[in-house]
Design a protein around this ligand. Structure first.
Ligand SMILES: [Fe+2]
Length: 210
């Protein structure tokens, strides 16, 4: 290909804008309410596979999901060894919590419901779970979400992760307070190799301080 002056100018502009974008700070992930269902008693099994409970033979009901998360600071640097706690309702919308007893949905004895993880040297964490269902509250219906409590080097972020393209996302009374909204909505990605039946999502958590 003949490289013209125009190609060189366009190429230089692209490099400059890429460098500017790289130097630009990211936007911090929005905080969200802790909610009423943080586990009172944390289960002894709190590993990264929420679809099985140690000592029980079954598998959690519902559509399996894999979530690949990454915790970074505003410059995009990995936050290593961050503590990541997460908890969620099961595939029928029920939390394993005494405050959710009035919920007519059934508990699932094979669903772990809570995990405590640590980010690796790239700031990554990963877990396998089931897709949480939407559920009713006295002040409105919640769209599917997973709760997070993330402790970095010098910052704690309590937030919630949402799923893309959910019909209830537009009316959820907590998601509407997220700023920016996109910061708490995961991206759907192709299923992971070796786990083709599980939906897969990627979510980047940006800590303001790190
Ligand atoms: Fe919730």
């Amino acid at each position: 290909m003949l490289v013209t002056r125009r190609h060189l100018v366009v190429g230089a502009a692209a490099v400059a804008s890429f460098s500017a974008a790289k130097a630009q700070k990211l936007v911090a992930t929005s905080a969200q309410d802790l909610g009423p269902f943080y586990p009172i008693v944390r289960p002894p099994d709190h590993d990264a596979d929420l679809t099985r409970v140690t000592g029980r033979g079954g598998v959690a009901r519902g559509r399996p999901i894999n979530v690949i998360g990454r915790v970074v600071d505003l410059q995009g640097n990995a936050v290593t060894n961050a503590q990541v706690e997460l908890w969620q309702c099961n595939s029928e919308g029920r939390y394993d919590h005494p405050g959710d007893r009035a919920n007519p949905a059934a508990l699932d004895p094979n669903f772990q419901g809570f995990a405590r993880l640590a980010t690796d040297r790239d700031g990554q964490f990963k877990f396998r779970s089931v897709k949480p269902k939407d559920y009713d509250t006295p002040i409105g219906r919640r769209t599917p979400h997973i709760h997070f409590d993330i402790s970095g080097r010098s910052e704690r972020l309590v937030t919630q992760m949402y799923f893309p393209n959910e019909p209830l996302n537009d009316i959820d009374f907590l998601l509407k307070n997220a700023a920016p909204r996109e910061s708490v909505i995961a991206e759907a990605i192709d299923p992971l190799s070796g786990d083709p039946d599980a939906l897969a999502y990627r979510w980047t958590v940006v800590l303001a301080v790190g």
